[in-house]
Design a protein around this ligand. Structure first.
Ligand code: FES
Length: 253
């Protein structure tokens, strides 16, 4: 057994599809290394379930390095888990006590229907991006680097916003299931840079309309989103989104 190994009781949400009823299954796992990541623990559980002829727990993960935004579940009620600022794949078992009971469930939001167990459909985010989360102007070949001066402050803020990986934790944490932190990050990364100016107004109007169409709620300044964002996107992005939207709606330059 690994030195310092711990045992956990897992209460995991199982649900066969969007309209199927769901419930929590209980699994006891022992001999877990504190250095193990959360998905690695689920891999071990799934190996045991498979060997026992049972259906493994469906969950998303890809890079397992906090980069892709694929992973996500609420652990003890908190998207990506408590006691750390990062994605679920960066949550390690050292954050849990030996013998602890851990509750694991999918991100909860009507705009993110459960596909199976811990996997939710986050394609609503893709549809919002499709309405304006891009720059479509033809820039030709790479321009001379100093032709478009960008202040250091604007560049830093744009890079901070561009760090959003679209994991959806902000939506799952928000009492209104608002997607405003996500949309504000995507709008900010363009609004702060010269390349984003040509489509700036249409982008703000279209992305906010898409956000509403997909059934996300509105920001109530609860700030739960920024507390769980693994990339540290700050709520001041939402203030920028509101300014961008208002300016576009009243036709300001
Ligand atoms: S699996 Fe890619 S961010 Fe977690």
């Amino acid at each position: 057994m690994t030195a310092g190994a711990i045992s956990l009781t897992l209460k995991i949400w199982r649900q066969n599809g969007p309209d199927a009823p769901g419930s929590f299954d209980t699994h006891n796992l022992s001999g877990l290394s504190p250095d193990m990541s959360f998905p690695e623990m689920l891999d071990i559980l799934n190996e045991r379930l498979t060997l026992a002829g049972k259906e493994p727990v469906a969950f998303d993960s890809d890079c397992r390095e906090g980069i892709c935004g694929s992973c996500g579940a609420a652990v003890d009620g908190i998207p990506h888990g408590p006691e750390h600022r990062g994605t679920l794949c960066q949550l390690h078992l050292r954050h849990f006590k030996d013998g602890q009971t851990v509750w694991i469930e999918p991100f909860r939001a009507s705009a993110f229907p459960v596909i199976k167990d811990l996997i939710v459909d986050r394609s609503a985010f893709d549809r919002i991006i499709q309405t304006g989360g891009f720059v479509s102007v033809n820039t030709g070949s790479a321009p001379e680097a100093n032709a478009l001066p960008v202040s250091r402050n604007a560049a830093e803020q744009a890079m901070d916003a561009a760090a959003c990986i679209g994991c959806g934790a902000c939506v799952a944490a928000c009492p209104n299931a608002a997607a405003m932190l996500f949309v504000s990050a995507k709008i900010s990364q363009f609004a702060l840079l010269p390349q984003g100016q040509a489509e700036r107004k249409g982008r703000a109007l279209a992305m906010v309309a898409a956000m509403d169409r997909e059934g996300f709620g509105s920001c109530g300044n609860q700030r739960e989103c920024e507390r769980v964002c693994p990339k540290g996107i700050a709520i001041r992005s939402i203030a920028r989104l509101n300014r961008e939207y208002l300016a576009a709606a009243v036709g300001e330059e």
